[in-house]
Design a protein. Structure first.
Length: 129
């Protein structure tokens, strides 16, 4: 019996009207270096290794709607980013071009929208867990 092939997740890919611009936002936010920089494709690598983030230019990009609304482009995925100080992280993200989403379902999480509208969550680990 053959052994199954190995699988390694290398990146999550986000579409954007301008791959380089969105990659620049996340590179600054996460402090991750650029691994690949092509005209319509940019990859960021986490300094400690592991799966990175990639960005591809999509001329027909439509920002997702948060929270979901019938008939609107739905969010199909989002990033969860753990932070050590929620208020400071929100301030940094907004200074880089993100916005705080109007709907916030949890007190210890901030749903943010990146510069092209992808939702991502900043969250802080509960110290009591």
């Amino acid at each position: 019996m053959e052994s199954p092939p190995s699988f390694t997740l290398t990146a999550t890919v986000l579409d954007a009207p301008d791959a380089r611009a969105l990659a620049g936002f996340y590179a600054e936010l996460l402090n991750w270096p650029v691994r690949t920089d092509e005209a319509d494709w940019v990859t960021l690598a986490p300094p400690g290794g592991g799966a990175g983030l990639s960005f591809q230019t999509e001329s027909r990009f439509v920002p997702p709607t948060w929270p979901a609304e019938g008939g609107a482009q739905q969010m199909m995925t989002h990033l969860d980013i753990e932070v050590t100080d929620l208020a400071s992280a929100v301030g940094r993200a907004t200074a880089l071009g993100a916005s705080v989403a109007g709907f916030q379902p949890q007190d210890d999480v901030r749903v943010m929208l990146d510069p092209v509208g992808h939702p991502f969550c900043l969250w802080i680990r509960d110290a009591t867990v």
